[in-house]
Structure formats: C-alpha cells, structure tokens
Design a protein around this ligand. Sequence first.
Ligand code: 0L1
Ligand code: MG
Length: 259
Amino acid sequence: MEWTVPAAAHRLLDAENRREHLARFTDDWAELDLELAYRIQDETLARRLMRGEHIVGVKLGLTSRAKQERMGVDSPLTAWLTDAMVLGGGVPVPLDSLIHPRVEPEIVFVLGEPLAGPGVTATRALAAVESVHAGIEVIDSRYTGFRFRLADVVADNASSGRVVAGSLALQPRGLDLALEPCVLHVNGEVVHTATGAAVQGHPAEALALAANTLASRGITLEAGWCVYTGGLTDAVPLGAGDHIVAEFGHLGAVTVTGE
Ligand code: 0L1
Ligand code: MG
C-alpha cells in the first residue's frame, strides 16, 4: 500500500462505504504523525463535500478520562460533522450502513455567533452559544476492534458515524453544565452515569479547546454549527433491537434504537 494522504483518505472512505474494517495505519506507517493525520481527515472531508455533503459542525473526541482510558489514547481531538451524519430524532440507526457501532452520551452546543481562537476561555465560549442540547453520538471506527493510536483515529475523523441531538434547546445561562447529570440506559438497565464535568471539567472548556485547537489550522467555528463535546462515558455497543437512552437532568433525553 502506498502511504500518502490521498491513498489513506481513499482507504478510510472505502472501508466506510464497504463496511469493512482495517488494520490501524500506524503499525505500517511510522511517519504518520498528527500533522499528517489531520491532513488525511481534511482530505476525507473534501471528498465528502465533493459528493454533496455539507459541514454542520465539529465534534471533539476523547475529552473525558473514561474515554481516554478505555481507548488507550490520552489526548483530545477534533473532527468534522456533515449533514449525512445527522440522524433525526426517533429515526432508527441504520445498522446495515455501519461496521460495529457504539453509542455514547454527549452535551451539544449550537453556536449563535462565530468563535475563533486562540485565547478563547470557557466563559467566552459560552457567550457564543445559542443553545445547549442533550445528544448521542453513534461512533463507528474503521479500524478492527476500535484499536488505534491517536494519529489513526484523527485520520479516521474520530470514528464518526451518526449524531442525534435532542429537540429541547436550552440557553446555557442558569444551567450548571459541570453538574448536569447523565444516565445511560441500555434496554432498560442503567449502564453508566456521569456529569458534564467528565468532559474537560466543564463542557464549555471542551468548546474552548475546539476553538483554540482549530484556530491553529486556520479554522473558525461558525454561527449555526453544532459542537459535540465528547463522550461523557465509555461507549456501549449498539445491536439490532437495542434501545439506548441518554437521560440528562435538565437537557431532556435522547433515544436511539438499532435497526
Ligand atoms: O472511537 C473513539 O472512541 C474515538 C472517538 C471519540 C469519541 C468521543 O470521545 O466522543
Ligand atoms: Mg463522541
């Protein structure tokens, strides 16, 4: 295999389309560093845009200790969200278009104004937020067994699959998002609990992190974009017939079912 940015981007999108998993790239491509990995991620985005998708926002990954420890990767990352990844509320997750999906609860911001680093603080970040929502991300790694190093998962658009945001739109003012509780239920059983503090101490810190790290690549978070701030808990597998609910204290609940 030729290890170039276009070849790697092609392999990842092809694996996604065929629902086939790959060995992680870093085992054979020692030079694959973060700079190259983000170039691959951007190349996959360019190819998604060429086929008619459009950007709806960004997601952070590995912002919580729970996720970092589980995945053996100790640094947060950013990735792209397009309209093709957005699932409407109540729409079943199409398991026949995913490889080995897992579900994680997230806190989601929708921006009312652009937010550009560097130097963005959590307070400044929250001031740019129009609404905050309960969310679920359905992740789907293109690597066998979700085994990857940081550069692999960055190249793979942070295991993007589908995202769902709750319809309840609250203003962050008056909410203590660090204390916002979340309970993850799988088929009626409670499997994980967390509060918003699980992501970077406060979800607004995660939003500031996104603005500041994207600024180093010349990217501004635009008004109207959504920002998924990262899984609050470890992710759980989603199979046919599974019914998974992320229930938040004030933000409401989001449900996904596997079909
Ligand atoms: O596959 C993964 O767990 C990497 C993406 C991380 C998603 C998240 O932390 O929200
Ligand atoms: Mg996530």
